[in-house]
Design a binder for this molecule. Structure first.
Ligand code: 3SL
Length: 235
């Protein structure tokens, strides 16, 4: 039986193998939710970029550039990191370069994986179905916040472990803990996440509507995957 494990922050990634695994990058608030929304709304490709300057330089090459630091749209960028920024019809078919504080960094760190998938509550079922079709061990990588644990990312990881627990062997206590945390949260997900550190940060920026949206289950039936340098929808 293949295994499923959870990496609670990218700082712990050196303890987890990514090679030959299907890695799911999770940044519920908000990068993985925004990437999923963008591709579901017809954006053709997203180039995840770790640094602000690298992303700014891509504007000169014709990319639309998107990104935030500390939750705020970065200076000189076309788009921020709200999922609502990516619903604009004029963006359909376009290529975007994106940099976020933790999410795109976690994607860059996963590049050795057999497959990199972007997971969020918005596309949980589609991601679970894709993982069930795979032949590899799974690593659920929580992007966290500047190296630290994030409650909402871990809750999503727990939801996926719960869905896959019969088909994959749960490997290590992080996966078990995520599962127990999710089970304990039950239908109180919005109330629990509201207390999370990053939810509080976003509240300070007055973007609570992003939070509610990012906690919506199965709104989109798309699976963003990394193909070369670009995130695209798996066909
Ligand atoms: O850290 C990230 O990658 C972002 O998702 C953070 S924020 O929600 O845009 O502040």
């Amino acid at each position: 039986m293949n295994k499923i494990d959870v990496c609670l922050t990218p700082e712990l990634l050196h303890l987890c193998e990514t090679e030959n695994k299907n890695v799911v990058v999770i940044d519920i608030l908000r990068a993985s939710s925004s990437i999923t929304t963008a591709l579901a709304h017809g954006i053709a490709r997203i180039k995840p970029v770790a640094g602000l300057e690298e992303c700014r330089a891509l504007k000169k090459q014709g990319f639309i550039i998107a990104g935030e630091r500390d939750g705020k749209k970065a200076d000189g960028f076309d788009l921020g990191n709200s999922p609502f920024d990516y619903m604009d019809r004029s963006l359909a078919g376009k290529t975007i370069a994106m940099t976020t504080t933790n999410g795109t960094m976690a994607i860059s760190k996963s590049k050795d994986a057999a497959k990199v998938i972007i997971g969020s509550f918005l596309n949980k079922k589609a991601v679970v179905d894709e993982l069930l079709r795979g032949q590899n061990d799974i690593l659920l990588l929580c992007a966290g916040w500047k190296g630290r644990f994030s409650l909402e990312d871990t809750l999503f990881a727990g939801a996926v472990v719960k869905d896959l627990g019969h088909d994959f062997q749960v490997d290590h206590d992080a996966a078990l803990a995520a599962r127990y945390l999710y089970d304990g949260t039950g239908s109180n997900l919005p109330a629990v996440v509201e207390n999370a550190s990053h939810a509080q940060r976003l509240k300070g920026l007055n973007i609570q509507k992003d939070m509610a949206f990012c906690l919506t289950f199965d709104k989109y039936d798309v699976v963003p995957v990394l193909k070369g340098e670009f995130l695209i929808i798996k066909i």
